[in-house]
Design a protein around this ligand. Structure first.
Ligand SMILES: O=C(O)[C@H](O)COP(=O)(O)O
Length: 408
């Protein structure tokens, strides 16, 4: 059972365990009349064959308050796109599958590429960005939730709780971030969030000094959650990073564009489990190692835009401070695990912390070598200003794909 503590400038909406899903669903059905609700699902074709997505879709098919479901499909050939259309056809709600690798969407990408306005890296950021463009184009949903397609513990109330803060007509939140405890199979997971992000934010606070942005980032109970929701107008001005800095980048953008009373976080699940990636201790280009470098760079870049200067010495101080704080947290998490009858492998935890510490220097070095490097995809506002008809073209391409390939 949760407490009702408020930690910092961002409102925390708890689950006080007093309300049935059915009751909340009824309200969401009525909200959908005034603020149409949508769902964005960034998916890899491989996830259609994984253990999570079929169950997720079965649950979403029972949801009566969604006006639109937009699925971004990555890494699919034509046969796989056809299969995906059938797979998602279980959804009774209005839905569209964006075939990102199909000739029509690739032609749009090439056109934007020529103008220097398209995402330069493949991945979730790019997929989400095109889906956001489609949501602007289709104009069917006013408030939208986004979640990953690898959630093994998916229940309908995750979606209901995720959408509620931006769906309620009397709430003024523009953006809501999900949080939960990533505990599964007797273990505490969420390695990057627990062992990199929170200790790094606290180390940065010590090294760079009092900083409103870092306090804001520190409010989030699960800053790397792939689950968030937003009002449609957020999309015009949102710059999405195309690398693993996506979640941190979106939180940073919200801080830049809105007052904190327009932002909240919400408890969306008692338990949460998903597909785990390798730590990749020996390969900085893969798994959680690459993720940790992208995230660390995202923090450095953001602080640089606030006028902070960095040198190799600063990065050394950040690394040393981080290392001490993170090791103290390993001990803290061990106690939490023991008290809850869970296991925590101290060796693995400390090996992760050592790798993250090394990657802080690595990220710092890359930043110093190329301070102007930015993984940000342009805002849709900018793209529309350069190519005023682009949203219509995107919508038309998706409709044509759908018409041509949908099973008759
Ligand atoms: O949120 C995180 O920390 C990363 O996505 C890794 O998560 P995991 O340890 O649960 O796989």
């Amino acid at each position: 059972m949760a407490d009702f503590y408020q930690n910092g400038s961002v409102t925390t909406l708890h689950n006080l365990g007093q309300r049935s899903y059915e009751d909340m669903e009824k309200e969401l059905v009525s909200f959908n009349q005034t603020r149409p609700l949508g769902l964005l699902l960034p998916s890899l074709f491989s996830e259609l064959e994984g253990p999570a997505l079929a169950k997720i879709i079965d649950k979403i098919a029972q949801v009566p308050y969604l006006s639109e479901v937009v699925i971004g499909l990555d890494r699919a050939d034509e046969a796989q796109y056809r299969y995906a259309l059938e797979f998602f056809d279980k959804l009774p709600q209005h839905h569209r599958v964006l075939w990102n690798d199909g000739p029509r969407l690739k032609a749009i990408d090439a056109k934007l590429q020529a103008l220097g306005l398209a995402p330069t890296e493949l991945g979730k950021g790019r997929n989400v960005w095109y889906c956001m463009g489609y949501i602007l184009a289709s104009n069917r949903a006013e408030s939208v939730a986004l979640h990953d397609c690898d959630i093994l513990t998916y229940e309908k109330d995750l979606l209901a709780r995720l959408l509620y803060p931006v769906a309620h007509p009397q709430f003024n939140y523009e953006f809501s971030k999900g949080f939960y405890a990533r505990v599964a199979d007797g273990k505490i997971n969420g390695r990057v969030s627990r062992l990199l992000v929170t200790p790094l934010i606290r180390a940065l606070k010590r090294v760079v000094g009092p900083n409103e942005y870092l306090d804001y980032m520190d409010c989030f109970r699960y800053p790397l959650a792939g689950e968030f929701s937003f009002r449609r107008d957020v999309l015009n001005d949102l710059r999405i990073p195309s690398d693993w800095g996506l979640e941190i980048g979106v939180l940073s953008e919200m801080h830049r564009n809105y007052a904190t009373n327009r932002i909240c976080q919400v408890d969306i699940a008692d338990v949460y489990d998903h597909k785990h990636q390798d730590l990749s201790l020996d390969n900085a280009e893969a798994g959680l190692s690459k993720m940790s470098i992208d995230i660390t760079k995202a923090f450095f870049r953001k602080l640089a835009t606030q006028g902070h200067t960095f040198s190799t010495e600063t990065f050394r101080s950040i690394k040393a401070t981080y290392f001490r704080i993170a090791l103290d947290y390993v001990e803290t998490y061990r106690h939490d695990a023991l008290m809850n009858g869970l296991s925590l492998d101290i060796h693995n935890e400390e090996a992760a912390v050592e790798m993250f510490a090394k990657n802080i220097m690595n990220a710092g070095q890359t930043f110093l070598e190329n301070p102007m490097e930015t993984p940000f995809i342009p805002t849709w506002n900018r793209v529309i200003s350069a190519e005023p008809n682009i949203l219509n073209e995107l919508k038309e391409a998706v409709e044509q794909d759908n018409l041509e390939f949908i099973p008759k």
